[in-house]
Design a protein around this ligand. Structure first.
Ligand code: MG
Length: 493
C-alpha cells in the first residue's frame, strides 16, 4: 500500500496487533452471547493477558513511528498510519502500568457492585467506588496531558481531538432548540406520547422473521455477517469479512426490536464497507465512536423512522404480526415516532435523547474538574432531569444508577452519542444534495444510499481523523443546525 519503506515496516509490525484485536473481539462477542455464565473469570484473565500482549507489541513500534513522524512526502494513507499508531502508542506510554492496573481492577469490581446497587436502588452502596473511579480518571487525565479543561484528555480518548469547547458549542444551541420542538409536539400533538401498539405482545419467532426481512431490505450480506440475541444490542467488528450484531426480543413493544436491528446494522454497514485494501492495517477501523454512532443513528432514525421506510416495511409487518391488521402504515409510523419525555436514556425517543447526554456531560465535566463531589451527584442529576426533561426520578435506579458507563470508567464516552446524532444530521443534509432520499427509500433503493456512504466515508476507514473527515465532506465540524432542522421539519411541520 505504501511506497515508503518505514510505513511498510510499521504496517508489517502491526499484523500481530490486528490479530490480537481480532481474538479479543471474538472473545468479547462470545462473552456477551453464548459463554456460560460461570466462565467470566477465565475469560477476564485471557482478555487481560491479550491486553498486555497488545501493549507490548504496540510500544515495540515506537522507534519506527517516531522515525516516520519526521518523514516528508507522505500521502494520506501514510499519514493516517502514523497518526493512528501514535495515538495508540501515546496511550500505552503515558499511563503507568500501576495506574492501568488500578483502573482495570477497580472498574471490574465496581461493575459488580453497581449492578447490585442498581437492583437495590442504593447509591450509597456504589458511591465509594465512584469516588475511587473519579480519582483514577483525574490521575489518568493528568498523565495523558491536556490543554484547557482536564476532561479534554478523557474526551480525546473516545473521540480524537474533541474538546469541551466543541461539546459546549454543540449543546448550547441544541438544547434550547430541542426544548422548543418538544414543546410544540406536546402542544400540537403531531406525534403521540403513547400508542396502543406499545403494550401488544408478540411471538419472538414472528419478530425474528421480521428482523430477517429487515436485514434483506438493508442488503446485509449472508456470508460475512450474522445476527444473534443479547439484552443490550451491540456490534462486533473483526474487520473485514466478519461483522456481527445482536438484537433483542422483549416480548412486547416490537419497535424496540426493530430499531435495535436497524441501529446495529448501521454500525455493521460502516465496518463492512471499509476498503478491503486496508485489511490487517491500523486503518482497518472506523475513524471514531462519534462517526460510528452517526451511521447507526442515520439508519435507525433518519431512514428507519421515516414514513417511506414504514411503508416499505409494512407488508412484512402485516404478514408476520397478526395484530398489525387494525393499524395502517401511517398509524404504525406514528407508533415508531412516539415522543415521550422519559427518565431512562436507552428508552428515549430521537427528540429527547440528547437531553440525557447533556446532563451526563455536565456532571462528568464537573467531577473531573474537582468541582462536584460524588455525594452531590444524585441530587444534581435529579435537578437536571427536571430542568431538561421535565420529570424527576423517584429513586436512584431510574436516576443516577441507570447506566453501566461510570462503573466501567467510561468518562468521556457519553458525548459521542450526541455527536452521532449531530453528524447524522449533517449527513442527511448533505446526501439530499445528491439524491432524493425519500424516493430512494420508497423504491427500496437503499443500495444507492449505502454506496453514497461508502464513497463519502466508509471506504476511508481511519485514514482521516473525525474532524478532517467532516471538513472534507461538509466544510465544517459538528454543526448541530442540520439535526435541528431535520427534527423541526419532521416533528413540527
Ligand atoms: Mg450504537
Amino acid at each position: 500500500m505504501s511506497k515508503n519503506p518505514v510505513i511498510s515496516e510499521i504496517v508489517e509490525g502491526y499484523k500481530p496487533i490486528w490479530a490480537l484485536d481480532h481474538v479479543s473481539a471474538l472473545l468479547e462477542w462470545d462473552m456477551e452471547t453464548y459463554m456460560p455464565e460461570g466462565s467470566a473469570k477465565g475469560r477476564g484473565f485471557a482478555q487481560a493477558q491479550a491486553a498486555l500482549m497488545k501493549q507490548k507489541t504496540t510500544t515495540d513500534l515506537t522507534a519506527l513511528v517516531t522515525k516516520a513522524e519526521k518523514l516528508s512526502g507522505l500521502d494520506d494513507y501514510d499519514r493516517g498510519v502514523v497518526r493512528v499508531m501514535k495515538r495508540d502508542i501515546d496511550y500505552f506510554m503515558k499511563i503507568p502500568p500501576k495506574l492501568l492496573e488500578d483502573i482495570q481492577r477497580t472498574t471490574t469490581e465496581a461493575t459488580v457492585v453497581w449492578r447490585e446497587a442498581r437492583k437495590k436502588s442504593d447509591f450509597e452502596m456504589f458511591s465509594g467506588y465512584l469516588e475511587k473511579i473519579v480519582d483514577l480518571k483525574r490521575q489518568e487525565a493528568d498523565k495523558l496531558g491536556y490543554s484547557g479543561h482536564p476532561y479534554n484528555a478523557l474526551l480525546d480518548k473516545f473521540e480524537e481531538e474533541l474538546t469541551t469547547n466543541d461539546v459546549d458549542r454543540i449543546f448550547s444551541p441544541l438544547v434550547p432548540n430541542l426544548k422548543k420542538i418538544l414543546g410544540k409536539v406536546q402542544s400540537e400533538g403531531k406525534f403521540p406520547s403513547k400508542h396502543p401498539l406499545e403494550s401488544v405482545s408478540y411471538q419472538t419467532e414472528a419478530m425474528r422473521r421480521v428482523n430477517e426481512e429487515i436485514l434483506k431490505i438493508l442488503g446485509m450480506p449472508d456470508k460475512t455477517f450474522r445476527m444473534d440475541v443479547s439484552t443490550h444490542p451491540f456490534t462486533t467488528a473483526m474487520p473485514i469479512d466478519d461483522v456481527r450484531i445482536t438484537t433483542r426480543y422483549e416480548g412486547k413493544d416490537f419497535k424496540e426490536s426493530i430499531f435495535s436491528t436497524i441501529h446495529e446494522s448501521g454500525h455493521a454497514i460502516y465496518e463492512l464497507q471499509v476498503n478491503p485494501s486496508l485489511d490487517y492495517t491500523p486503518l482497518a477501523r472506523a475513524t471514531s465512536l462519534g462517526v460510528h454512532e452517526s451511521q447507526s443513528r442515520f439508519w435507525e432514525n433518519f431512514i428507519g423512522r421515516s414514513k417511506e421506510f414504514t411503508e416499505v416495511l409494512y407488508p412484512t409487518l402485516k404478514s408476520n404480526l397478526p395484530f398489525i391488521s387494525g393499524h395502517n402504515p401511517l398509524d404504525v409510523y406514528s407508533y415508531f415516532c412516539t415522543v415521550k419525555p422519559s427518565l431512562i436514556r436507552v428508552e428515549a425517543d430521537e427528540l429527547t435523547y440528547n437531553f440525557h447526554i447533556v446532563l451526563r456531560y455536565e456532571i462528568e465535566k464537573q467531577l473531573i474538574a474537582g468541582k462536584l463531589q460524588v455525594s452531590e451527584v444524585p441530587s444534581v442529576w435529579n435537578d437536571a432531569m427536571e430542568k431538561y426533561v421535565g420529570i424527576r426520578p423517584k429513586n436512584d435506579a431510574e436516576g443516577v444508577l441507570q447506566d453501566v458507563h461510570w462503573s466501567g470508567g467510561g468518562f468521556g464516552y457519553f458525548p459521542t452519542y450526541s455527536l452521532g446524532n449531530v453528524i447524522a444530521g449533517m449527513f442527511f443534509h448533505r446526501i439530499k444534495k445528491d439524491m432524493d432520499v425519500k424516493e430512494a427509500v420508497r423504491t427500496a433503493g437503499l443500495s444507492k444510499i449505502k454506496m453514497w456512504l461508502k464513497e463519502k466515508i466508509h471506504q476511508y476507514g481511519a485514514i482521516y481523523s473525525p474532524k478532517e473527515l467532516q471538513k472534507r465532506l461538509f466544510g465544517e465540524e459538528y454543526n448541530p443546525e442540520w439535526l435541528v432542522r431535520y427534527l423541526e421539519e419532521k416533528y413540527t411541520t
